[in-house]
Design a protein around this ligand. Structure first.
Ligand SMILES: Nc1nc2c(ncn2[C@@H]2O[C@H](COP(=O)(O)OP(=O)(O)OP(=O)(O)O)[C@@H](O)[C@H]2O)c(=O)[nH]1
Ligand SMILES: [Mg+2]
Length: 211
């Protein structure tokens, strides 16, 4: 790859991951839950759209409601809610751009420069995957934690992920570690410290609304 290569937004398909069970929310469809009066999925799509070219949604329930967002909706091809890698796979199976960017449906404040910074790091590191790192509070103070569902993936990884999941693999980190990956910290001065706050429970969702 030439050193001056860049990844343009049009080279990236944005994939909203909304295919989980939402069990910590009582089994409801997380992406359709209202956040400040509008579905979480709509907030995420609005933030994602200016950063990428094509958009798609991965969902396994209420497909018509996701289709109302006006973008293609793809369910998992793997049965039984095997986890986020099933969403990655659904995205890679339908992606026609060289890169795919995944974002989850439950993190409405994710950075507006997510795609640009992951893309820059992927090129600089000649990587096939770029994953976000975000500051999180721990007992020993703030630490940078991987955000495995915020991933920029080269579309050519599809066959690798097909093989990994067909063999029963379910762990995002284990699959990613088979590839050339870079980690991209989002803790610069000016980065919002709560950009990667996600809502797993309704209480967390309401707390996030009131920030
Ligand atoms: N396609 C697909 N996506 C999933 C699956 N499990 C989780 N995800 C997505 O991965 C992201 C992070 O998952 P979680 O925060 O654990 O969401 P969840 O699995 O719906 O919620 P819990 O059941 O409470 O764990 C979310 O965007 C989910 O929609 C799955 O089995 N299939
Ligand atoms: Mg889960």
């Amino acid at each position: 790859m030439p050193a001056h290569a860049v990844i343009a937004p049009a080279d990236i398909t944005g994939l909203l991951l909304a295919g989980g069970r939402g069990s910590r929310m009582g089994g409801i469809d997380k992406g359709l839950q209202p956040f400040n009066g509008e579905p979480l999925a709509l907030h995420a799509m609005r933030r994602l759209a200016p950063q990428v070219g094509p958009l798609m949604v991965n969902a396994n329930r209420n497909l018509a409601e996701y289709e109302a967002l006006g973008v293609p909706v793809w369910p998992d091809s793997l049965p039984d809610y095997p986890g986020p890698l099933a969403g990655f796979l659904a995205g890679l199976e339908h992606c026609t751009t060289p890169w795919l960017l995944t974002v989850p449906c439950d993190t409405p404040l994710f950075p507006s420069d997510l795609a640009a910074r992951l893309a820059e790091a992927a090129i600089a590191g000649q990587a096939d995957i770029a994953m976000a790192l975000a500051p999180e509070a721990t007992e020993d103070g703030p630490a940078l934690r991987p955000q495995p569902v915020f991933c920029l993936l080269r579309a050519e990884l599809r066959d690798s992920l097909l093989r990994y999941t067909a063999a029963g693999g379910r762990k995002v980190h284990a699959w990613i570690s088979q590839h050339r990956a870079v980690h991209v910290p989002f803790d610069r001065p000016g980065d919002a410290p709560d950009a990667f706050f996600n809502a797993n429970t309704l209480a967390e969702l309401h707390a996030l609304e009131n920030r």
